[in-house]
Each structure stands twice: as structure tokens, then as C-alpha cells.
Design a protein around this ligand. Structure first.
Ligand SMILES: CC(C)(COP(=O)(O)OP(=O)(O)OC[C@H]1O[C@@H](n2cnc3c(N)ncnc32)[C@H](O)[C@@H]1OP(=O)(O)O)[C@@H](O)C(=O)NCCC(=O)NCCS
Length: 175
């Protein structure tokens, strides 16, 4: 229980290889879920390798989001340490179980993850890139306290089409 971090409806804990399931794999292959993500397609074996690589990488922190009521694995957040001196990390989130969309779970998980990043992982600054078309993501991140800082032109290419992204950040001491 020590490595669990709670809010009202969810908890976070580091992901393990045991959390890799067909359900988790299906999220990443769902065109609605992966619409704004880099990962568009994966197999169970590729996912096991990915999770095991993240666990082995000291700069990467892959954390599961779980429903407190039934321990259902509903998504993940991920931090990647970008700058050791500044303690600045990149952030990403997926609520893979679409039954949990549009009910404030993305906002709640982002808020909890920010606390986790600052208090448990010792970061001072967290940034993220969200595609301009991903209004749902931008709303959840803004409600959790992220502020837009710049627009990155041609940030990601999906099926031959370039998409701009909004770079957002939150700092530990300016909140
Ligand atoms: C992005 C994501 C984390 C948001 O989670 P969520 O639980 O649906 O988000 P919330 O319910 O907390 O908030 C979503 C907000 O967007 C709004 N919204 C959703 N679709 C919208 C649209 N098309 N236009 C305008 N607003 C929209 C909702 O109304 C809600 O705002 P409100 O609470 O003020 O009504 C989740 O949808 C997800 O994981 N998506 C797939 C992966 C992804 O895109 N990750 C982010 C990559 S940067």
C-alpha cells in the first residue's frame, strides 16, 4: 500500500509486468483512444517489451490509474525525466477504459499525477504536448492546473498529416 497514492475515486501505483493485459493492449489499438497518441497499434508481446523497457529505464516512470472501488485498471500516466538539473519531466496520460471518459477521471488523474510527480518523484516542472485537435485533453489539463506556453508547429505526423501541438506546463512553486 506504501507505493499507492489516492484521490477521491482513484489511486496510482507503478505499473508492473503483471498489469499487461489484453484489455490494456486493446485500449492502444482502439482508434478513438489512440486518435491523438503516437502509439497506433501494438500486440501483447510488444506491450510487454514496452512496459519492461520503461521499468528498466531510470528516467521513465510508468504509473497505472486504478478505480478505488474495484481495483479496475482504467489507464496510465507516464513521466519521463527531461532535465535532471531542473527536475523537469514530460507527462502523458491515457484513460483507456472509455466508460470512464467525460466523468472527470482524466482531470482527477492528472491532478493526482501532478502531486505524485512533485511529492513522490521530486520534479519541479512538468510539461506536456497535446495535439491542437485534442480539446478533451486540453480541457482536462487546464482544469488540473497546466498552462499553455507555446504552440509547436508540425509536432506529429499521423497518416501523412501534420498536426500542431500545444505545449503546456506546471511548476511546483508557481501554482
Ligand atoms: C484526454 C483524457 C485523459 C481526458 O479524460 P476524461 O476523463 O474524458 O476528461 P474529463 O472528463 O476530466 O474532462 C474532459 C473535458 O473535455 C470536455 N470535452 C470533451 N470532448 C469535448 C469536445 N469535443 N469539445 C469540447 N469539450 C470537450 C468535457 O466536457 C470535459 O470538460 P467539462 O468537465 O468542463 O465538461 C481521455 O479522454 C483520454 O485518455 N483520451 C485518450 C488519450 C489521450 O488523448 N491522451 C492525452 C494525450 S496528450
Amino acid at each position: 500500500m506504501n507505493d499507492q497514492f489516492f484521490s477521491q475515486r482513484i489511486y496510482l501505483r507503478p505499473l508492473t509486468l503483471n498489469d499487461v493485459s489484453q484489455k490494456y493492449c486493446d485500449w492502444l489499438n482502439d482508434p478513438q483512444v489512440n486518435q491523438f497518441l503516437e502509439t497506433r497499434q501494438t500486440t501483447l508481446n510488444q506491450l510487454k517489451k514496452y512496459v519492461s523497457d520503461q521499468i528498466a529505464d531510470p528516467k521513465s516512470f510508468l504509473i497505472g490509474i486504478f478505480d478505488k472501488e474495484n481495483n479496475n485498471h482504467i489507464g496510465n500516466v507516464k513521466f519521463y525525466l527531461l532535465d535532471e538539473a531542473k527536475k523537469r519531466a514530460d507527462f502523458g496520460i491515457i484513460i483507456g477504459d472509455k466508460n470512464y471518459w467525460q466523468a472527470g477521471f482524466g482531470t482527477e488523474a492528472t491532478k493526482l499525477a501532478i502531486d505524485y510527480g512533485f511529492k513522490i518523484l521530486g520534479f519541479n516542472e512538468i510539461e506536456l504536448g497535446v495535439l491542437a485537435e485534442n480539446i478533451r485533453g486540453q480541457k482536462a489539463f487546464s482544469k488540473a492546473g497546466f498552462k499553455p506556453i507555446t504552440v509547436k508547429k508540425n509536432y506529429a505526423n499521423h497518416n501523412g498529416i501534420w498536426h500542431d501541438a500545444i505545449l503546456m506546463e506546471i511548476k511546483k512553486y508557481i501554482r
